[in-house]
Design a protein around this ligand. Sequence first.
Ligand code: PLP
Length: 459
Amino acid sequence: MDPKEFCIRGKQMVDYIVDYRESLDKHRKVFPEVKPGYLRPLLPDAAPEEAESFEDVMSDMERVIMPGASCPAATELEIVMLDWLGKALQLPVEFLSGSGGGGGGVIQRTASDATLMSMLSARHKTLTKLGREQPNQVDGKHLSKLVAYMSDQAHSSVERAAIIEAVRVRKLPSDEKFSMRGVELEKAIKQDKENGLIPFYLCATLGTTSSCAFDNILELGPICQREGIWMHIDAAYAGSAFICPEFRPLLNGVEVRIGQVDKLLLEHHSWNFADSFDFNAHKWMGATFDCSPMWVKSRKDIVNSLKVEPPYLKHIHSESDIITDYRHWQISLGRKFSSLKLWFVLRLFGIKKMQELILSDVAMAREFEEFVRKDERFEVTNEVKLGLVCFALKGSNELNRHLLEAVNREGKIHITPTELRSKYTLRFVICWGNTRESVRFAWEYISSKATALLSSPSE
Ligand code: PLP
């Protein structure tokens, strides 16, 4: 959909909302008559490959959503959309609620929320198990011994989750490609167990914030499985790219394709090592903020960790024990109808168009990488796999700090910095809607600022 059409459709949407409000007294009921489970049979079981028309989606609003009002339609659409999206990303079937295997998806607000919830689920699961095995321990004894793992490249939200949940967290050193490796995890677990600690959770990142590096899930997964450690995958940025078969191998370890099975994998019973997986559809999939789809392999683990049932929230439906109640999957009680965003985005673009957009963004990042590599004054400081290019002038951190300031000063483009092994680095990322012209413009602009800086370093 081009920007002009977006505006026209936006205005139509406002009309629709006004008409809806005016129709309330006339022919709408205040409470839906539908039964739980009404919605899934009304929809296809996968997202469309080709784009659909706005008119078709809107007519389905009346047919599918309106009879269920916001509730149960919001919950039911979310369940189906998470299955559509999980299939589009080729997630392991255990994550899909339609598989009947106990897994399912939910839309969290942010990746930080998903990390918090996954850690909470892991904490609850481990403490419950220990409580059963050693019922005579004093309260809080096990909690004080829990230890979570993250890499030195993981997002700060992992550390913050550990602060909130009052557990220790240990940062494992990443390798020269900024990837967390099995050998470091093995070392840490051994040491921690010798010191009486209880490893219970690992957050692996696919697409780290600083450099878009990928933790080695093929190595980490089997260790977590052996040790009973919950493995959460934080793919906040990179997750959207898994919609393209070209990038799906980056997700190895969450599920392994037949052709990629190696000896390591044959030694393990299960090819699916992740307990939970999350990415931000609002980062690179066209959904507006906030929309962070998360899947768990076992719904009961997440639900049990936060289940409190006050009498005023008891369901009037007798099926309350079988319906999904998302309030147990998140911190807050109230929630938005975020699945509508996914419904519109997936249908208005279609899977093929979304794949094209991601591939074209990555191609633009490669083009930018080429510009940098061809200029001898610069170096590329990460392995460019998706849309993020890390680069720096060959020279001091101070010089690069000046370059960043010069580039951002006039507000024509904006790039952000990071530090990679103490090296001050600039980060250029292709965002939804960038064009080849804007990328070329950005490079020429950066290059001209570098020329000015190098010819007059005091600038
Ligand atoms: N995890 C990673 C890898 C990220 O890159 C980010 C944000 O950039 C986050 C988590 C936090 O995202 P959110 O703002 O959705 O909590």
